[in-house]
Design a protein around this ligand. Structure first.
Ligand code: NAG
Ligand code: NAG
Ligand code: NAG
Ligand code: NAG
Ligand code: NAG
Ligand code: NAG
Ligand code: NAG
Length: 416
């Protein structure tokens, strides 16, 4: 039994060695075609805040804003850039939760904020908050998933909020949702807690634990009704599945609980999700993204052979090729295959590899556990208490959003 389990673990690495840290505290693209061919796009049109309510301001997408069709933006390197990065400061974004404010929580080094993701074959467009808000005019954008996805949502809010004056922006908490409203644009950036995407007993926004998982592999309607009509949907789900190679779930009858192999369960859940998309999404007006798994850095021997720690006290990205065993390629393949079979286009943003390099960017001991900042004693014991799953902000999720932004610009003609 012992050896069976350890063999098994080579395939599915349990990604929560001790506890689940992530007690959730909930606490158009009316893109007017620019009319210029991209070769002429040095012609720059100044766009500003919307005036007089419904005035639509054209968005000019410059050629340097468009990533090349052939460019794989997910391959590249992190380059030191303390001139342009971070894109916002922790203390200037009032919407960050304590879980991500590493600097405020006592993190002594700050290099982790100054890295820019540089694709090998092209440049990412410079993130322009006003351009993004104009793309979102009269639209809703929603991030759906677990606490990692919440980090990406917060990053997006921080990336745009500074250009909106006081009194014209707000954040509402309506569990299991968070809704950021950019009033003048009639635009919202939203977050929806659904750690398995499909329904589960972990759907309560704050009262949930990864130790007791029970997933309804064929149920999604209760979530889905909140996603209906959303213009841009960004899904993510991984880490909650990986706690254990087997998972309790129902399929068919809600009373027939069985232990499922995680790979099988994940596949069934994605089928349920795919069916929901096919009967609820209008691909002409709605756009769907799926974020690949966010890597963890729980075992330092993976990048520093012979050591026996985790991401704590790591200040620099990994140089050279690296892929941690926590990022399960079988799950990646299941996701890939599910998206291939879908009748509508879902864009997968494969951010796993670029994030793999960032062993330095996790919250480590400068975050929360069960909704509370770590105590001094807990901080002194990083082996048990470092969180090598979540990310500091500003940080890696900002790069994910720069890529998401690049894809939105690239696709903007497809929106109406
Ligand atoms: C930026 O980084 C360079 C190179 O490491 C360093 O010399 C410089 O002092 C840094 N500037 C700031 C403002 O931190
Ligand atoms: C605001 O946006 C919503 C879609 O998110 C749309 O249904 C509504 O008509 C818009 N309101 C105005 C005044 O344009
Ligand atoms: C959390 O949920 C469990 C099981 O559903 C319930 O027994 C418990 O009372 C809840 N705790 C709080 C604080 O609501
Ligand atoms: C499934 O549920 C049963 C009963 O609660 C429990 O004994 C078992 O450990 C669970 N299996 C997993 C993989 O969590
Ligand atoms: C779980 O599923 C995977 C993929 O189908 C398979 O390789 C593995 O042997 C299964 N494990 C168990 C214990 O059934
Ligand atoms: C962190 O690492 C540095 C060397 O990189 C070392 O000097 C320092 O003692 C470490 N700090 C702790 C608390 O382990
Ligand atoms: C995502 O990127 C990784 C690393 O480059 C690669 O191994 C994997 O196959 C990619 N996944 C998909 C679905 O393309």
């Amino acid at each position: 039994m012992q050896s069976f389990k350890s063999l098994f673990d080579l395939r599915i690495q349990p990604v929560f060695p001790i506890v689940m840290y992530s007690f959730l505290i909930l606490g158009t693209v009316r893109l007017v075609l620019d009319g210029f061919k991209s070769s002429q796009s040095h012609v720059f049109k100044v766009y500003g805040r919307p005036q007089g309510g419904k005035n639509k301001v054209p968005i000019v997408v410059l050629s340097r804003d468009r990533i090349d069709e052939k460019c794989n933006v997910f391959e590249g390197t992190w380059v030191w850039d303390n001139v342009s990065y971070p894109l916002y400061e922790e203390e200037n974004c009032p919407y960050l939760v304590k879980q991500t404010t590493c600097h405020k929580n006592g993190r002594p080094d700050s290099f982790y904020k100054n890295w820019r993701w540089q694709p090998g074959g092209c440049n990412l467009p410079r993130f322009d908050p006003l351009k993004l808000l104009h793309m979102l005019r009269d639209k809703r954008m929603m991030f759906i998933g677990d606490s990692l996805q919440r980090g990406q949502f917060e990053s997006m809010v921080c990336l745009v909020q500074s250009v909106i004056p006081e009194g014209k922006k707000s954040l509402q908490r309506i569990p299991p949702m968070k809704i950021f409203n950019a009033e003048e644009f009639n635009a919202t950036i939203e977050y929806y807690w659904a750690p398995f995407i499909v329904e589960s007993i972990s759907d309560h926004a704050t009262n949930h634990t990864v130790h007791q998982r029970m997933v309804s592999l064929d149920s999604i309607a209760n979530h889905g009704k909140h996603w209906q009509g959303v213009d841009i949907l960004v899904f993510e789900s991984y880490v909650w599945w990986m706690h254990n190679p087997m998972i309790n779930a129902t399929y068919g009858s809600p009373h027939n609980v069985q232990e499922y192999n995680v790979t099988t369960a994940y596949k069934l859940a994605l089928e349920t999700w795919a069916n929901w998309l096919e009967s609820n999404i209008n691909p002409l007006t709605q756009k769907v993204f799926f974020m690949s798994m966010s890597p963890t850095h729980l075992w330092s021997w993976e990048w520093k052979p012979g050591s026996d720690e985790n991401c704590f006290n790591e200040s620099y990205p990994i140089q050279g090729s690296y892929w941690g065993t926590g990022s399960n390629l079988e799950i990646m393949k299941i996701l890939h295959d599910a998206l291939q079979e879908l009748k509508i286009d879902v864009t997968m943003l494969n951010i796993t590899q670029l994030s793999e390099y960032r062993k330095d960017a996790h919250t480590s001991v400068y975050g929360e556990r069960k909704g509370k900042l770590l105590t001094k004693e807990q901080r002194a014991n990083p082996k048990s208490f470092a969180d090598c799953i979540h990310w500091c902000l500003p940080g890696v999720p900002d790069a994910w959003n720069e890529i998401l932004y690049a894809y939105m610009l690239k696709d903007y003609r497809n929106f109406s």
